[in-house]
Ligand binder design. Structure first.
Ligand code: ATP
Length: 270
């Protein structure tokens, strides 16, 4: 039996097929008076085959959550699993291998190698891992992302949107269990940004990938299936089938909470 939505804490799934899971995930930076509690005992399930967006005010812990789920950062307390593997407690070398073999990353800066062409950039991480690409899958990714006629171009010969598509293909190439995208549209104009979001959507719908995206943009979050809202290091809400408007409305409530009590609020600045 699945738990009725009303009885679940936001961020927890009732379904099978959890790609990543955290329980009691706590991350503190620094110590003593300057200590910052970036994540405060977070419980979250990332459902396989879904597109999840993570939103929240600046400093709410979005990037920290992503980094801890991806094994890029150590945790102060709690546990994180990727599939059935508990990653908290893995040694550095094991973590490096796990990230390389099972996780795809897309960052705001595309991190492409300028001297390699698009195809070489896409397959580079697999080459480093000593794995041969599955050519059928790679073809599917390249065609889904519309990169077929750009494979021999170097990054400098590609537009920003095309570069981000190459970064997207690189994240997908090894068919990872989970793809983390940190502000993947942050450096793109709105058309190129929309394109990349469409491709991430396509990766989930057509290629059955699992994507977690951190974003500030309600329009970007509207491409996801589920938005998790973070505030002060906790998951405080979730929204299914989001629209840009509904996400914006929800984000405004954070602004209201943070506005000065004397009424000299952000409303006057809008
Ligand atoms: N390396 C660090 N050292 C000290 N404090 C840090 C460090 N990284 C993050 N923090 C603090 O932890 C909190 C959460 O930061 P995080 O970057 O996860 O927030 P965010 O929601 O991603 O913010 P933004 O939207 O501005 O990118 C913030 O208060 C931040 O200042």
């Amino acid at each position: 039996m699945s738990t009725p939505a009303a009885e679940r804490a936001p961020g927890l799934a009732s379904a099978d097929g959890i790609a990543a899971r955290a329980r009691g995930l706590t991350k503190a930076y620094g110590s003593g008076e300057t200590a910052v509690l970036a994540l405060d005992s977070v419980d979250v399930d990332i459902v396989r085959g879904r597109f999840t967006a993570v939103m929240g005010p600046s400093g709410s812990g979005k990037s920290t959550l992503m980094h801890c789920l991806a094994g890029l950062d150590t945790v102060s307390a709690g546990q994180v699993w990727l599939g059935d593997t508990e990653i908290t407690g893995l040694k550095d070398r094991e973590l490096t291998r796990l990230r390389r073999d099972r996780i795809g990353f897309m960052f705001q800066s595309f991190n492409l190698i300028p001297t390699l062409n698009a195809r070489e950039n896409i397959t580079l991480p697999m080459g480093i891992a000593g794995k041969r690409p599955d050519e059928k899958w790679l073809d599917q990714v390249i065609d889904t992302l519309g990169l077929r006629d750009r494979l021999r171009h170097r990054p400098a010969q590609l537009s920003g949107g095309q570069q981000q598509r190459v970064a997207c293909a690189r994240a997908l190439a090894s068919r990872p269990e989970l793809i983390f995208a940190d502000e993947p549209t942050g450096n793109l104009d709105s058309r190129a940004g929309l394109e990349v979001l469409g491709f991430l959507r396509e990766a989930v719908d057509s290629l059955r990938q699992t994507v977690v995206m951190v974003t500030h943009d309600p329009g970007a979050a509207a491409h996801s299936d589920l938005v998790l809202f973070l505030a002060d290091g906790r998951i405080v809400d979730e929204m299914r089938q989001p629209t840009a408007e509904s996400v914006l409305e929800r984000m405004k409530r954070f602004d209201v909470l943070r506005a000065p009590a004397d009424g000299a609020s952000a409303a006057g600045e809008a």
